[in-house]
Design a protein around this ligand. Structure first.
Ligand code: SF4
Ligand code: SF4
Length: 276
């Protein structure tokens, strides 16, 4: 099975992935911050192949306050690479099926409303699988850091009953140094507490101020109290803010054209891990 695992990983890289690893499917039942049961998808699931596609570094050098620049480069990169990642998952699943196994690709996207806790830039499920597959380690900014590209990647995965050779978690306290606080210091809505560890150091509503684009359209670094305290989340008060700030219309126009993308990625852009 070792040879077959290598063959699948090589195919994954040929398709455009940066790196691939394998996790034990059993560890995926009821992950901490997401509702998920691998056995509902494949009764005899055994492993998950996880991989990532690197995001071009250049798209993080743009003016983060320009709606047009953010949309046409970084937004477009996110949307198209998520599609590319999903395409790779589909092709891997078909290859596994050709070899006589069952295989199910797992979506790169999870609606923000269903992402229960933790960071929201990388869907928790994909992040969790990638960590179990030895592709990275959770950083203080509630993002998964890869050794080669830091958090500037899109994760994808395929669940299967193929008994692939498991890689397992590899990094323990190696990638995110205790003394580094860059992501917390650069996060304008102050969503990350630099003195605590994930997921307890993350304020989801404050992050939503950046992710939804409220920060860009309002020009205010921090959200008002009704946004911070909104329950179940700030998405509840978002429609009122869309009325208040007409520039939201321009963002929505971009998203209707190219798809939904995160409007803030500062913590990802500034993370020194994987930077040359
Ligand atoms: S930098 Fe932006 S994306 Fe990162 S935690 Fe802060 S608001 Fe969220
Ligand atoms: S910026 Fe520093 S503290 Fe934040 S995730 Fe990266 S290495 Fe860790």
């Amino acid at each position: 099975m070792e040879e077959f695992t290598e063959k699948i990983k090589e195919y994954c890289i040929e398709l455009g992935a940066g790196k691939a690893g394998v996790a034990n499917a059993e560890l995926l039942k009821n992950p901490p911050h997401q509702e998920f049961d691998p056995y509902e998808l494949i009764e005899d699931a055994k492993t998950v192949l996880s991989f990532y596609v690197p995001i071009p570094e250049g798209v993080f050098d743009i003016d983060p306050d320009s709606i047009n620049d953010v949309s046409i480069s970084r937004g477009f990169a996110y949307v198209s690479l998520e599609r590319e990642t999903d395409m790779i998952s589909n092709k891997i699943a078909r290859m596994l099926e050709k070899e006589g196994y069952r295989a199910v690709p797992l979506s790169t996207k999870i609606p923000m409303e269903l992402s229960l806790r933790g960071g929201i830039l990388q869907p928790y499920l994909q992040r969790y699988i990638a960590q179990l597959a030895g592709l990275g380690e959770e950083g203080k900014g509630n993002i998964l850091l890869t050794e080669e590209h830091g958090p500037r990647v899109i994760f994808g995965s395929v669940l299967t009953n193929a008994p692939l050779k498991v890689d397992g978690p590899k990094y323990v306290g190696k990638l995110c140094p205790e003394e580094c606080k860059i992501c917390a210091e650069e996060c304008r809505p102050r969503a990350i507490d630099p003195d605590e560890r994930p997921p307890y150091n993350f304020d989801r509503n404050r992050c939503l101020w950046g992710i939804t684009g409220a920060l860009i359209v309002s020009g205010l670094d921090e959200p008002p109290m009704d946004w911070i305290e909104a329950k179940p989340s700030a998405l509840k008060v978002l429609p009122a803010y869309k009325k208040k700030y007409p520039k939201f219309e321009r963002l929505d126009l971009w998203m209707s054209e190219i798809g939904k993308f995160p409007c803030c990625t500062t913590c990802i852009a500034v993370c020194p891990v994987g930077q040359e």
